[in-house]
Each structure stands twice: as structure tokens, then as C-alpha cells.
Design a protein around this ligand. Sequence first.
Ligand SMILES: [Mn+2]
Length: 335
Amino acid sequence: MKNEAAKKKVVERLLKAQKITIMTHEGADADGIGCEIALGSALERLGKKVLIMNNEPVIGKFRFLDPRNKITVYSGKREGEFKNSDLIVLLDTCEVRRTGKASDVLKKYTHKITYIDHHQPQPGDDEYNDMEGVAMPEASSAGEIVLDVIEMMPVEMDLQLASPLLAAIIFDTLSFRYIRNNPSPLLKSAKLIALGADATAIQTTLFSSKRKDFLILLGRALEKMQFMHGDRLACSAITKEMTEDITVDRDDLRSVITYLIEIGSVEAAVIFKETEDRKIKVSMRAKNSMSILSIAQKFGGGGHHQAAGCDLDGSLDEVKEKILKEFEAKFFTCS
Ligand SMILES: [Mn+2]
């Protein structure tokens, strides 16, 4: 089996290495962070020197995943860390360019990189074809695959490893709502809960501890909501002015778009978010048989068939026009 062989290879490289640097994609989420903490702890128990280095500090609601403050932040001054590492592990991404500030330097070390990921590989993206790892788009979360990998190592699974992995699965499946009819995330979660991981506390922290500012943002975004193609497409925009008096974290965007895609008639939803540097962050969701991955990929982004995103240069109106035009073609061919 292709995946099993790939996992075995990753395990071999992990066991062979002494100094291991672990990273995830920029805008680290609970899947990436949960994987970093679980895999990092497992490797430390095997006597490895582990460094976890992210593009930015862990945002408030994910801090419970890192009780020992193991996650550090990359800066240009730390380039030497890659040179000193025997192995660099990318979690929840298989793309160097998604690591953020480190990506330009990291390109020089692709021979040292392995990855554990569940995103759709970019078609024709063989820029880094000396990188080997495991990519399973059928997995609900990278957490699921990291669990398999840890179980293949001489480490005993316990609560300390189980909690961050359960958080990874709960986060990426939005509390088991998006499991794609696959029993695997449920079976694995059952195993982690049996080890003592507290599913209720994790779900409360991740999804039922909303900040007041998030609700204010949601209200503003819903007010700007627009519907197209017979209410099958919903979109909204978050301008800089809308966030001037409130604190917004990267995960808020993900939460806002969930409201749009959960409207009964809606098959695809888009949120346009204005960032500081005249860039627009485009987040997309789809359901039923709709896939929006090709649209994200067309503009240099990526993700999954039903959850993807990209960043575009230009004004809000320009970007909106470009993206909505792609949807025209999609809804035309679908109906
Ligand atoms: Mn993920």
C-alpha cells in the first residue's frame, strides 16, 4: 500500500535523525499545532533534540495545546537552525511556500525535508521533487496520520500525546461534522478518548468559547452577505474598516465562512478579506458535489476540494470580479 510504505519511510527517517525541526503552515491551526506537539513529544521521548518553529506565535485559543511552551517563532536570525537539523518535518502541509517567512531559506534544504499532510498535492508542482513524505487527501486531518506514525514508533501512546491529536481531529472535522462518511476519524478519536483525552473540553475550547469581537465581526460580515446563482453561491467581504475597532484572528475567517456554507441552498461560499498590504485573502467552501479547489489553484492557492483558499493582489472589487467570474463557469457547467 502506497500510504503505508510512505509512512514507513517517514518513520525510518524520524528514527534515524537526532536533531529534528518541526514546522507547520503559516497561520497555524489546531491541526498543525496539535500534530507538532504530539509528534515533538513522542520524538523527545526517543531522546531526539526537537525544535518546533512556526511562522507566528500561537493564537490565544490554541495555546492550551502547548502547555510546555515548546513552540518558537521563526525569524531570519534563525536560518542556522535548518543547517543544524538532520531532518525538517512539515506537518499539515507538504509545500515549502506555505511555511511563510522561512520558505525562501527552506528551499535550500528540501533534501532534509519530510512531510505529513492531508491536503491535495498541487498538480504539476514538482519544484521540490526531492522531498519525500506522506500526503493522504482522504484523511480528515494531519492528526490522523501523525497518530499512525507515532504508533509505528517505539513510543507508548498516552494522554499527553492523545490530547493534541484529538484536538487536531476535532478541529479539522469541525467537531466530527465533516468526516466525509469515513469512519477513520471516529475510530481514531475513540481510541484517543479511551486514553483519557477530553473531547468535551477540547470542543468547548475550540468552538464554544467565542470572543465578543468575533460575534461583532460575524454580524458585520453577515450584513454584507450577497447571494448569486439562485442562492447557490454566497459571498461576503471583510474590509479593513470592519476590523479597525475589534481584534480579529486568522481563525475567525474560517468561522465566518462556516455560517455561509451552512445555508441550505448554498453550495459554495466565498469570503474576501482585505489585508494590510493591498492583498485580498480569499477563503472558499463548497458542499454537495461542488469543488472549489481548482479555483484556488488557478490563483496560486490550494487546500481541499471543499475548503480552499488563495491570496490575490489588487483591490477588493478587482479580486471579487476575478473570483466570481470563475464561479460563473462552475455554476453554468453544473446546472
Ligand atoms: Mn489540517
